[in-house]
Design a protein around this ligand. Sequence first.
Ligand code: GCV
Length: 699
Amino acid sequence: MRSEIVVDPAPHAAWLPDGALAAVGRRRVALRLPDLSGPAQGHPRARPDNSAEVTSTLRTELTRATSAHGGAVVDPDDSPDVLLALVPELSGDGFRFVRDDGRVTVTAATATALLHGWFHVVRLREAAFTGPDAEESHAPAFALRVLDHWDNVDVHPVMGQVERGYAGGSIFYADGRVREDLSRVTAYARLLAATGVDRVCINNVNVHAREARLLTDDLPDVARVAAALRPYGVRTHLAVSFAAPMTLGGLPTSDPLDDDVRAWWRRAAERVWAAVPDFGGFVVKADSEGQPGPFAYGRDHADGANLLAEAVAPHGGVVHWRAFVYDHTQDWRDRSTDRARAAYDHFAPLDGRFAENVVVQVKHGPIDFQTREAVSPVLAGMPSTRLALELQVTQEYTGQQRHACYLAPWWSENLGFRPWGEDGDGTAVRDVVAGLGPNASAAVASAGGGGIAAVSNVGDDRFWTGHPLAQANLYAFGRLAWDPTLDPTAILDEWIGLTFAGPDGTVHARVREVLHAVLDDSWRTYESYTAPLGVGFMVRPGHHYGPDVDGYEYTPWGTYHFADRDGVGVDRTRATGTGFTGQYPAPWRDVYEDRATCPDELLLFFHHVPYTHVLRSGVTVIQHVYDTHFAGVERVREMVAAWESLAGLAPGAVGADLHARVRERLAEQLRSAVEWRDQINTYFLRKSGVADARGRTIY
Ligand code: GCV
């Protein structure tokens, strides 16, 4: 694998190589569809999801799998091994899976649900047929499962084509417009359908002048993108600018209570749905990091969100309104302002005021997608609002797809966090965003909450995600969006089984072992050589790659660690700090308040402590910093060695170009980890004057 690597120009097959289809593709498969010609014929649910496009996709998928592996598409009455049946009399977005004596039947109410059922069978591979007889119902935990793209139409002078994108250009845009060839977009929709994601917002939430026009002049192009996503049941959303009535409509105001503004948005929505009948809705970042919003008119976020909600409601659309609102022009000398408090302070008082088709989209943590931070208290503070959890698949703060960092364990911790404590009824964040939180209003419960959203990590790179192993994050997000209780290691195993399937559908045992060795704990490894004990944001300003301990310390961004000669961390207690702990319900408001009970991994997020403070683990803060940074680098060395051990395997066990790309990324990860270790350790040695108890080299 070391010499003459031939790079295949075609996009990598990710988790759907032909080999992944071997088990179904070897068999006799059939599709049973009701007669949908003519009027609805008493099957009102047979049509809402563009069943014509998706059923045609199903036919293509069956043919593709069987022709690659020697099976056949047969008549549904000819005793197929796999029968997919669209049964409009059923209901819901899920599917039924029945295995009877090795034969599989999947039934669903809609073509999209049936497609998800097909990919379920694909994912199970041979196990779909070999297990004991079974009758199972599968349904997505969340009604809305969205990937947000921070893609710009124009290349932005600072942020580039894809803001926080680490995988080349955009799959949607090139040369300042929507691409002519959108086949890559359809291939993307296929990958998403195989995980469970069913909606994509196709442009950046920072809506610049060019991107704003997607809503108006560029609608025909948006319709082309929607047509490229639709065959796989994926619906299109747009991020819109709150100032659009002025910038696009020529009105003198964007005041949400102004009648002309309301009429403008209603007309805009009518035009969008006329062009894209299955359009999903709008995503809005308002009054945040310079984006326009309702504050300019003395209005609040509920006024702003409800304005758009009213416009999209007649079309069944939703508004994802982001809660990422804070003061980014803070004076670092001002110790009373705490960015962590901002989202709750702005949004919790508005609970109950948002329209039923508004989803307030909340970043998992109160700061900004850090490697480690507390879970946002907003998620426990708005029972009468549909809330969505927002995650970041693109690795802005977690190694930018140069570092292998499998994030599913981190997302899983957030989804499984119990805002009302371990002793309560067990309600977790995943329940809240499914509309099942305590005191959820009837409207929130009946809508099934607001679901889940994440920033995509995909670009026009051959491997989709720059770092080939970052594909696992995209896959895992989709699987957790469907079922947030899945075990991250099991998801990874599933991803390996599909992605590295050879032509016969099997994976080389050593490949599986090495991928687990590299990825299973990679998020904790990344945490260990970067951000100790929840401190966060010690990154280089602007691009956010690599260490710069004081990079943000004296800036307006509100992201400080307050290290001095005596100690480090942010005092967010009620007793002596910013009072942020008070935004949590019991027991967390007290658990976090007290250093003695605060979990070690969040200690510096909640407390300013002396370097000699002894952690619950028994070591001092300063020794923990040294130990984890040394250990983290050693873990990366092991990852490099594990990956190298694959080099001698038979060609094809891992593609040569994939192996080479990962090798190159791991080399950078090791270089960067050493840099992190040495800068962090040196900084804290110089600040504290406390030597490493084990006498290792610090500069
Ligand atoms: C799209 C962070 C990122 C920004 C991003 C912002 C957001 O601050 O650095 O690039 O802007 O989050 O989530 O809106």
